[in-house]
Design a protein around this ligand. Structure first.
Ligand code: IMP
Length: 173
């Protein structure tokens, strides 16, 4: 049985989401914003974030990438499993990620989205995990920063389990 240690409590997740949503709302006031959630992990965070945005015109779409290799670290061999449908040409795009670790997935997704000629593209992540960063990606809006460790809950999985946990835990196998 894995060992779970709480890392980010429900109240803190909520507080941080409200804080970041205010900043995003200020930054994009009067503009139309397309949120692009990265499946599957970002689905809960995006759902909570979007309801805190005070913008009139928001569109939501999702894409999904997967990387093959060792279980708990991105291999860098990334494959796009699902693309967006919304036309982002000339639009302000905000990529919503659950967690940025090596940054390889995000770098790939940004390269992919840039080919569609958006007006601007920024990144919001629930968790910025910086220690294993390999790609030079900028996380413009981060709710929490953690140095290391494998986290589950609030959308984050291990082998597809534990996404439903209401808080974020460090998992030790
Ligand atoms: P990266 O390409 O190394 O930045 O990894 C990004 C993806 O790996 C995230 O979108 C997650 O799906 C997954 N991932 C990275 N770290 C964790 C973690 O601690 N728990 C669960 N999934 C993670």
């Amino acid at each position: 049985m894995p060992e779970f240690t709480p890392v980010i409590k429900k109240n803190d997740i909520q507080r941080q989401t409200v804080r970041i949503a205010k900043i995003i709302s200020d930054d994009y006031q009067g503009r139309e914003l397309v949120l692009v959630g990265v499946l599957k992990g970002a689905f809960i965070f995006l759902a909570d974030l979007v309801r805190q945005l005070t913008l009139e015109k928001v569109k939501i779409d999702f894409l999904q990438a997967s990387s093959y290799g060792a279980d708990t670290i991105s291999s860098g061999n990334i494959v796009l499993k699902k693309d967006i449908d919304v036309d982002i040409r000339g639009k302000d795009v905000l990529v919503v990620e659950d967690i940025v670790d090596t940054g390889l997935t995000l770098a790939y997704l940004i390269r992919h989205l840039k080919r569609m000629s958006p007006g601007s593209i920024k990144v919001c992540a629930m968790i910025d995990k910086r220690e294993r960063r390999k790609a030079a990606v900028t996380v413009d809006y981060a709710c929490s920063t953690v140095p290391e460790g494998f986290l589950v809950g609030y959308g984050l999985d291990y082998a597809e389990y534990y996404r439903n946990l209401p808080e974020i835990y460090h998992m030790k196998l």
